[in-house]
Design a protein around this ligand. Structure first.
Ligand code: ADP
Ligand code: MG
Length: 242
């Protein structure tokens, strides 16, 4: 991979919901191969950013360029095929499909694998990567929170994305589960994916991110190295709220 290559660039990205500006004028650049932390208080627009970049919502204005291609008006399935995948803040597996088939469906729809057998093979690789090989034939409601979160990761990876957006995957995990997840995210990057990581668990942000951006009220408030950015008075004030 080339050093300093911009993988994703947003320009003036904005999204309003009935007059509420969830995002306004956001310019973010993500380098290929980096782990970027996306921080900010509740309601600052982090999930909306993920939803717009992945095509779950159309932007109100602005552009999203991925590998040089404008994706801002594309449907979610096209964006998935273009190489971007995500997890949800609240895991949402298909309850009637096994763990294996949940990952296999991601390999088919996001990864473009046609044959169910090949998709299950690919899925098994990613379940093993996430430590869930023993749960392949279980159903999602038989999993604990930690396993459901890791299934989310395995599903996101099964489409072989070049960019993965992780929305609060560590929320609710125990400290040792967080350590496992941190190691897993590192391995995801080492496999060649670029990661955007929305997270409140500061220990993980400090351990993992190359750089962070901080949103406040839908705008980019700060960017830089996590340890330095989190000490800035305007960033601390944003977390304290009005
Ligand atoms: P964060 O993930 O940083 O906590 P969100 O992106 O979820 O923040 O929300 C940003 C703002 O947009 C909030 O005011 C939220 O209420 C609003 N918002 C997000 N999604 C929707 C939606 N689907 N409909 C209406 N308002 C929304
Ligand atoms: Mg959110």
């Amino acid at each position: 991979c080339q050093a300093g290559e911009v993988l994703l660039r947003t320009r003036g990205l904005a999204k309003s919901f009935r007059g509420v500006k969830a995002l306004s004028g956001v310019d973010v650049e993500v380098q290929r191969g980096e782990i970027l932390g996306l921080l900010g208080p509740n309601g600052s627009g982090k999930s909306t950013f993920i939803n717009v970049v992945t095509g779950h919502y159309a932007p109100s204005s602005g552009s999203v360029v991925f590998e040089g291609q404008e994706l801002g008006r594309s449907a979610a399935h096209r964006i998935a095929r273009a190489g971007i995948s995500r997890t949800y803040q609240i895991p949402r597996p298909f309850a009637r499909q096994t763990v294996l088939d949940n990952a296999a469906l991601a390999a088919m729809f996001g990864g473009g694998i046609r044959s169910p057998a090949a998709a299950r093979g690919q899925a098994m690789t990613w379940l093993a990567f996430a430590g869930l090989q023993d749960k392949a034939h279980a159903y999602p409601d038989e999993l604990n929170l930690h396993q459901r979160k890791f299934l989310e990761l395995a599903r996101a990876l099964a489409s072989r994305p070049r960019l993965v957006l992780l929305d609060e995957v560590l929320c609710g995990l125990t400290p040792s589960e967080i350590d496992d997840a941190v190691a897993l995210v590192r391995r995801i990057r080492d496999q060649g994916a670029t990661v955007i990581f929305v997270e409140h668990v500061m220990r993980a942000v400090m351990a993992l991110t190359d750089r962070v951006v901080v949103f406040d009220h839908g705008e980019l408030l700060a960017e830089g190295a996590a340890a330095e950015v989190m000490r800035r008075p305007e960033v601390m004030a944003a977390y304290l709220g009005p």
